[in-house]
Design a protein around this ligand. Sequence first.
Ligand code: T1G
Length: 690
Amino acid sequence: MPVVNYRLDGNVAVIEIDHPPVNATSIEVREGIAVALKDAAADPVVEALVIAGSRGIFIAGADIKEISSGISNKFPTLRDLQAQMEAVPKPIVAAITGTALGGGFEIALTCHWRIAAADAKVGLPEVKLGILPGAGGTQRFTRLAGPEAALEAITSGNPIPAKRALELGLIDAIADDALADAVVLARTAAADRRPLRLASEVDDKIAAVDTAIFGAFRKKLASKARGQLAPWKIIDCIEAACTRTREEAFNFEREAFNECRESPQRKALIHLFFAEREAKKVPDLPADTRPLPIRSAAIVGAGTMGGGIAMNFANAGIPVQLLELSQEALDRGLGLIQKNYAASVKRGSLTEAGMERALSLIQGVTDYDAINGADIAIEAVFEDMKVKKDVFTRLDAVCAPHAILATNTSSLDVDAIAAVTQRPQSVIGTHFFSPANVMKLLENVRSKHSSPQTIATAMSLGKLLNKVVVLAGNCDGFIGNRMLQFYSGEAEFLLEEGATPEQIDRVMEGFGFAMGPLAVRDLAGNDVGYSIRKARKIPADERFSPILQRVFEAGRLGQKSGKGFYRYDGRTRISDPEIMTLIEGVSRDLGIARREIPDEEILVRLLCPLVNEGAKIVDEGIAIRASDIDIVYVNGYGFPSYKGGPMFWAQDFGFDKVIATMQKLGATHGRRWRPAPLLERLAASGKGWS
Ligand code: T1G
């Protein structure tokens, strides 16, 4: 099947890309466009051209697989096509439907004019892949829309709705039928001999730019883009568009693109791009499994988690009931939801109308009978098995027979919860991360009873609620929290041996974590951490450090009590000599001679246990694939995305080095810390995770 179709509509040549699923510009597509452009340029009948995409999408960009393989560099590259387009002495109009992203939008920007459907979106998301627009995108976008708009749009990589694109001058019109209108515009431009408008020659928005905006933007981006390469290179390219000659600036972008493409960050982010899509796939579900449509939801528990989960459904336009037995608790929960929305409106990320619409979809109720119409009921009550079993007994009695009953538990046994119902096949874990209305990760947990439809429905919440979904098997801590106990446990062992909270957190934040493990402890609450720790069953030959218990018993609960592993002024952490007295007391009680611990040792001893437990989780089938674990850690635990996740990091670091580290830790900490058999098998075979 040809991936590029060519036809004449009167004197207009229509070049239509037809390369499922998203019309990515693979080598075949690029070759097809090159031939079509040549034919159209040479054909005297053809007086104008239109470029369009089939199946409701323009072009989603370069073929990402080709960036990794290097085929995107093969002639004709996107830049070769653009040179060919700019040499055609006939009007070329882009008909944009669906999405025009990355190289796709760069092709559209090289056309003389652009017409988009009202619901179309354009954008340059390359930064999300650790690269930057490599086909003139930083230049043409800046020339048409100005540097301020370019800085925001290209460093965020977010899609731009057609209406906003029109306001910015990135497209020329919005049409009900973009293709038909593009043909008319092309034909008219030819008939009127309209001067051909090349974005690469437009310069009114790059003249006399106050270059101070670039320094200011770098300052604004400092914390968000910490440790990354592409965002900073993008700013440099946009600055070049405003301060260098056209040729110099285009060449500057090319060099910057090549530098980003060769970086390990591009490999890590493209790994995550495909991993996120793989994670949605559950191989053992029958191919004909269809998710249950979710037209309404009920959330039991109006605390922080329950309220956040309810907001997800309201934001997706799905009516949701929030159940609390006490009116006072319900009012508190609804008040918190209102406050969260108001904060978004204040930040400008939500309109007043949007807030009103979302709030109108959330109904507070205090009676279980009120939720008998929900398609899914999600329990988000106190993390106690008895309480959860009571809730599920009641849900089972009142909810519609088809309804899915989900628990938001972060580590309790989903099989045990399902067992109290008459419908265990409809029970599943849907572990949201706090704050649930912000965090992208949804860790679904299948019980041994969960039916294929129940699993498929939970996985469909990803698209429905704009979440990144992963499916875990049922075990203590599922994927994320099961691994976390080794990461935070090792942090405390390092404190016993001589490290300080400041050093450990500095090392891990320097690696790229949003927060170091001790700062996270203080954020989550050391009372919460200690109660989870007390519930954990560990082998007799193992121990946890007593540090967490002592911190808890000293009333150092973390941010909520003003001190934990640090003292707090609001959310600002301040070193506290008292905590070192406590830690040194533990070292003394254990007879450990404290020593200087190198940063590198801290980094390796914290990451390897994560990887090791992750390998066991894959080996046991709790995670379907290693890349799912990367998705969990990047989207739920602040692991730096540009490092690809713990399992991706380990392949680069070396399985043999992970094994050596775990042999050492296993010798002192006990059986569960010894090297995972899967790691040893892979190291022996020289293979990667998959
Ligand atoms: N290349 C290859 N495969 C792609 C792809 C791409 N650009 N985009 C999507 N796919 C696959 C994806 O892996 C999945 O495969 C299927 O298509 C459906 O994707 C020079 C160099 C377009 C908004 O970053 O944002 O241009 O799992 O599940 O939810 O400057 O896909 O079915 O086997 O995401 O409807 C820049 C990336 C590239 C856009 C559609 N472009 N794609 O979302 O479907 S770099 C991007 C998306 C570049 C130039 C540079 C989304 C979408 P499978 P999906 P969706």
